[in-house]
Design a binder for this molecule. Structure first.
Ligand code: ZN
Ligand code: CA
Length: 261
């Protein structure tokens, strides 16, 4: 893949209350964060520990609110839907008008981003989640990313410590086929994210860890908890690696090649 790929985005705001009907400005702020993070233009890239600085990557993707709707009419790239319930689950109800959400726009032409009042995991012990994504290769009707409004953008209803727009950076990483850097095997050391330059790590890191956090024989540098595909706070994650960027290239040349010009 040569040059920069521009991904048209539609944001479907699904709200019960006026507060949940987030502003155009909050949405614009989120798009700006995605554009910084995927072009390595985020100012906090300077906080990457020196040992990983040579691995940081410009993923050469930009995001733009759609200017044309699926029928070719002008649009601001935002849909707004009033709904009866605050609560959505990971069962994709928000992705269909028939279940109180909004239908996806064609997934081969748009990145669908749904903004939810609230999302809960089906496992009641897990409670509210920040967001979730569909990996490449799934049904087009449910393709895209869902994020709670309090974890979307950097202004308005965005709430610390998830108010720097990094939930979308992380979830769009999944949409581009990136896995969590600890390999999704609980606390074990046998899982993999299929990326060679992210250190093998035990489990997810949370909050704002101190460097280094050693697990799975990854001394001296330890877990790459500054990576967008860990579970740290927004302020503590600020890089993709070259290996992750190569995986994204493979996705854009494969399952998501409809976005290449
Ligand atoms: Zn994730
Ligand atoms: Ca790895």
């Amino acid at each position: 893949r040569a040059g920069v790929t521009v991904i048209p985005v539609v944001v479907h705001v699904v709200h019960r209350t006026p507060e949940q009907n987030i502003s155009d400005a909050q949405i614009a702020g989120q798009i700006e964060v995605l554009n910084r993070d995927y072009r390595m233009l985020n100012p906090d890239i300077s906080k990457v520990p020196e040992v990983w600085q040579s691995l940081t990557a410009d993923c050469r993707i930009e995001f733009a609110l759609a200017t044309e709707d699926p029928f070719g009419a002008p649009t601001d790239g935002i849909t707004r839907t009033e709904t009866a319930s605050d609560l959505f689950r990971t069962d994709d109800g928000i992705k269909f008008a028939a279940s109180g959400g909004h239908d996806a726009w064609p997934a081969d032409r748009y990145l669908n981003l749904w903004v939810a009042p609230r999302i809960e995991d089906p496992d009641p012990t897990l409670g509210e989640i920040l967001g979730y994504a569909q990996f490449p290769g799934g049904p087009p009707e449910t393709d895209g990313v869902v994020i709670g409004h309090r974890f979307f953008g950097t202004t308005g209803t965005a709430q610390a410590p998830f108010d720097l727009g990094r939930t979308a950076t992380h979830e769009v990483g999944h949409w581009l086929n990136l896995f969590h850097i600890w390999g999704d095997d609980g606390q074990g050391c046998s899982g993999t994210d299929f990326v060679a330059d992210t250190p093998n790590a035990g489990g997810p890191n949370f909050g704002t860890p101190t460097f280094p956090h050693v697990t799975c024989n990854n001394a001296p540098d330890g877990d790459m908890f500054v990576n967008y595909m860990d579970y740290t706070d927004d302020i503590a994650m600020f890089m993709f690696t070259q290996g992750q960027a190569a995986r994204i290239d493979a996705t854009l040349e494969g399952a998501r090649s409809s976005f290449l010009k």
